[in-house]
Design a protein. Structure first.
Length: 321
């Protein structure tokens, strides 16, 4: 039996979505300790699983690893399609658990494309491997154009920067009960539309923010400067997505961002991926005040939802056999 547990990730944005630049995408994100997905796997003669998506990923894992089968169960789950990387963390957890049950090396990075992961952002793979704050290199624009390669016909973007963030930082994660973010074919169509008309000048502005503000703040552990940088990156990314999602931030994330922007103990407020998750960064001593502000923001908009205070991950997924 093998058990694998992996934390969620926040996706701050991409460095470039314009076909006029050499590298496309280039993810920026942060691994979290909570919430988590946990799966347990045992050797089997066939594939058995307690839900359909788990079965799909287990079937792929068995084929990739060339083993007869696996019995796999989902012990803890991440909310799906809300901006926390649930698909990648589940897929890679299934792969790692199945391999470990057979005493095999998971080889996560080279096998992730065959699991359907890493086709745009490499953040989910990188945080599964090692946690931390991560920037990846993106993909060569010439290979991707407006259509991604056939499924699995890519390599996961290499990590170009990774930093362990201070252990007393806390990420405020607000998960409103709202329609899920885009995924699958719908996400592909939206991304294609965004890429076709993306302004390359935004990529140049982002490059300045990443190298001049974000990376130094992450390396030096300066919370306010880090927050200012991720907020700026989120808004510049939102300018690319405005037509596709109905604004710089999609509803109702935009209202929550606006409310939390005024909270003095929270910085770096933004939307993760397609949302509706909204995040911000604070420190341990102000965590409860930040969480209370998030709960008020939900109540004022008559929204149900969950508020999480998460530590930044400093390691990757945990694996036990």
């Amino acid at each position: 039996m093998a058990t694998v547990s992996a934390g969620a990730r926040l996706h701050v944005g991409f460095q470039n979505l314009s076909l006029a630049r050499d590298r496309l995408y280039g993810g920026i994100g942060i691994g979290l300790e909570e919430p988590r997905v946990t799966v347990t796997a045992e050797q089997g003669e066939t594939v058995t699983a307690n839900e359909s998506l788990l079965y799909e990923y287990a079937t792929r894992a068995v084929e990739i690893l060339n083993v007869p089968g696996v019995s796999i169960s989902l012990e803890r789950r991440l909310p799906r399609h809300v901006g926390l990387g649930s698909g990648t963390q589940l897929a890679l957890s299934v792969l790692a658990a199945t391999a470990t049950a057979y005493g095999l090396e998971p080889k996560i990075r080279p096998r992730a494309p065959a699991m359907g992961r890493g086709g745009r952002s490499g953040i989910g793979v990188a945080t599964f491997e090692d946690g931390g704050f991560v920037v990846d290199a993106g993909h060569p624009t010439g290979r991707f154009t407006t259509e991604p390669p056939s499924e699995g016909d890519w390599t996961v973007p290499p990590v170009v920067a990774r930093h362990e963030l201070p252990s007393d930082w806390r990420f405020l994660v607000v998960v409103p009960d709202a329609s899920p973010g885009r995924s699958g074919n719908g996400e592909d169509e939206s991304m294609r539309a965004v890429v076709e008309r993306a302004d390359p000048a935004v990529a140049d502005e982002l490059a300045s923010v990443v190298t001049g503000k974000l990376l130094p703040a992450a390396a030096e552990g300066r919370l306010e400067a880090f927050g200012e940088a991720i907020a700026e990156i989120g808004r510049k990314n939102g300018a690319w997505y405005a037509d596709a999602q109905g604004g710089v931030f999609r509803p109702p994330a935009g209202e929550l961002v606006e409310s939390l922007d005024g909270c003095p103990v929270v910085s770096g407020v933004g939307q993760s991926s397609w949302g509706p998750v909204v995040y911000g960064v604070t420190d341990e001593s102000h965590g409860e005040e930040a969480a209370a502000a998030a709960r008020r923001a939900l109540e004022e908009r008559t929204l149900e939802g969950e508020v999480i205070l998460a530590s930044p991950s400093r390691t990757g997924a945990s694996l036990e056999r």
